[in-house]
Design a protein around this ligand. Structure first.
Ligand SMILES: NC(=O)C1=CN([C@@H]2O[C@H](COP(=O)(O)OP(=O)(O)OC[C@H]3O[C@@H](n4cnc5c(N)ncnc54)[C@H](OP(=O)(O)O)[C@@H]3O)[C@@H](O)[C@H]2O)C=CC1
Ligand SMILES: CC(=O)N[C@@H](CCC(=O)OP(=O)(O)O)C(=O)O
Length: 344
């Protein structure tokens, strides 16, 4: 299958190049860039010299359709809406890594403060949380790949919500990300002297992933859900750790819930449930497509704490996008993704 990467010069684009070079069933035929069209990809990214010999092209849907069957779109928020309709119309399948298609139009416009994409296309888009929506993903032409924080948060909370075990108005999520989550563009907030040896909360009450997580929890719960969600920037390059708290309706033990999580994720290659008393760290999944989950029930307060970790660029973006490519094609979900985390 021939693949185009739109926005190949960004961080998720670079991660797609790394992963797709190890995928046995695809050939990357088109790489695009707006600001560097005409240059070779190796001029931008010397680490792929001799692995990719492509010249970067401008993203023209009709031209891309002549050279590829499926496009990954890895553009900054708000730009996918401009190109995805043309790609779909030209007959390509699309996996969009940005947030443009993840929310219904009114919610999107409220939280992103941008114009929503065409409603029909948004409604066609299938939410690509691979472990939960594999059947729908297999039938889709357009996948809206989940955000990085929502991936970690939802994989950690959905088993509780699906089984009706928690008070839905009690959910609090404390989330931390490495700086590559902000993409390649330069900004004061992610400047080295600002971020190194520092830890800070950001986007309180306005983070664009709040409505995404709430919409997906509500979908499984069958009723509205609101959450408290705080994100923090951590001085590391890769990794997300989410700590989610909720009040249990009944007196469950840690062991009971771990058994339940094992059942829910039985057969899911990329979700690993930690044994009782063990909690995952970001380094234990770095550069891999794993989401590792540990949990603890505080029987005094009847609260459950769920810890999830992912690599934001892999399971939080490009790795899950390739997992979805596999599901769309009926291939094993782990094809091309069987690499071990890099440690230490
Ligand atoms: N970083 C992460 O951990 C995650 C990111 N995402 C989402 O994935 C998408 C890509 O993120 P990321 O790779 O981090 O972003 P980057 O900022 O690193 O890269 C963005 C890419 O878009 C291109 N681009 C920038 N401006 C324009 C423009 N005006 N027109 C066309 N192309 C443009 C850039 O290329 P050039 O300048 O060469 O044209 C670059 O290739 C975003 O929507 C992001 O929210 C989702 C999950 C996790
Ligand atoms: C560290 C950092 O800044 N992370 C980004 C998450 C990027 C991402 O996944 O967001 P999209 O929904 O836009 O695709 C943020 O918090 O906005």
């Amino acid at each position: 299958m021939k693949i185009a990467v739109i926005g190949a010069t960004g961080y998720t684009g670079a991660e797609l190049l790394r992963i797709l070079s190890m995928h046995p069933r695809v050939e990357v035929s088109v790489l695009t860039s707006d600001s560097s069209a005409g240059k070779s990809i190796a001029q931008l990214y010397p680490h792929v010299r001799d692995i990719y010999k492509h010249t970067l092209q401008q993203a023209d849907p009709a031209e891309i359709a002549k050279q590829a069957d499926l496009a990954f779109v890895a553009l900054p928020g708000g730009l996918s809406s401009g190109i995805v309709p043309g790609l779909i119309e030209a007959g390509l399948k699309v996996i969009d890594l940005g947030g443009d298609f993840r929310l219904p139009a009114p919610l999107y416009e409220t939280w992103y403060k941008k114009q929503a994409p065409p409603v029909e296309l948004q409604q066609q888009a299938v939410y690509g949380l691979s472990e939960w929506y594999a059947e729908e993903i297999a039938q889709a032409n357009l996948i809206t790949n989940p955000g990085c924080y929502p991936t970690a948060t939802l994989l950690g909370l959905l088993p509780l919500v699906k089984n009706g075990l928690i008070e839905l108005d009690s959910i609090v999520v404390d989330a931390k990300s490495g700086v590559s989550g902000a993409g390649k563009a330069l900004s004061l907030n992610t400047h080295y002297p600002e971020i190194n040896e520092n830890l800070k909360a950001y986007k309180l009450g306005v983070h664009q992933h709040i409505p995404e997580i709430e919409t997906q929890l509500a979908r499984v719960a069958g009723e509205d859900v609101t959450i408290s969600f705080t994100t923090h920037l951590v001085p590391m390059v890769r990794g997300i750790l989410t700590t989610s708290y909720a009040r249990l309706k009944d007196r469950w033990t840690t062991r009971d819930l771990l058994d339940l999580y094992q059942q829910v994720y039985e057969g899911a290659t990329f979700v690993r449930i930690r044994p009782e008393g063990e909690f995952p760290a970001t380094k234990e999944v770095a550069t891999s497509n794993y989401c590792d989950i540990g949990l603890y029930v505080d029987e005094r307060t009847r609260r459950v704490t769920v810890i999830s970790v992912i690599d934001n660029l892999v399971k939080g973006a490009s790795g899950q996008a390739v997992q979805n490519l596999n599901l769309m094609n009926g291939w094993d979900e782990a094809t091309g993704l069987g690499f071990v985390p890099v440690y230490p």
